[in-house]
Design a protein around this ligand. Structure first.
Ligand SMILES: [Zn+2]
Length: 165
């Protein structure tokens, strides 16, 4: 006595199945030649164009540097986005401020908003609170209250603010 009696397809069942299949075209029949020679040539052409955009082309130092900077910026942007996302939750103030600083610099494209000096790097690139932190503590993390300044312009602004006080 076998259990699951009736599950094994009987000879009758198999015959019915094959009858049902007969006369139907396989789904992929004839598909091998659906593309014309012309279409195939076009496809391979496109493929060649797409892959090695700079293959064999001399890449100037300037271009290389641009690519490097772009990659770096993309990296920073991704990190910043993550930081800003996290900053919405519970995180230390210093991390929130870091995210704010990163955001301001990237948004201003590392360009001084006062003198227009571009490509600011390192210590020369500073994120400033337009309305000072001391006077407007509620605007410390306000992205609209940030501007990128070069070291010189930031120094000038800070001295002015101190003089007023
Ligand atoms: Zn400046």
């Amino acid at each position: 006595m076998g259990f699951q009696r009736g599950y094994t397809p009987t000879a009758e069942h198999r015959r019915k199945l094959s009858e049902a299949r007969r006369g139907k075209t396989p789904w992929n029949k004839g598909l091998t030649h659906i593309y014309s020679e012309e279409a195939l040539a076009k496809m391979s052409e496109t493929r060649e164009e797409r892959i090695p955009w700079n293959k064999g082309k001399p890449c100037s130092e300037e271009t290389k540097e641009k690519i490097r900077q772009k990659r770096k910026l993309q990296q920073i942007t991704a990190e910043t986005r993550e930081k800003i996302r996290l900053a919405g939750f519970e995180l230390t103030d210093s991390v929130r401020l870091d995210a704010w600083i990163d955001y301001v610099k990237i948004r201003d494209n590392f360009t001084c908003r006062k003198c227009g000096k571009t490509n600011l790097k390192g210590r020369d690139c500073q994120a400033d609170h337009i309305l000072s932190r001391e006077s407007f503590p509620e605007l410390i993390y306000d992205l609209n209250n940030g501007q990128t300044l070069c070291c010189q312009c930031h120094g000038k602004k800070t001295r002015m603010e101190n003089a007023v006080r």
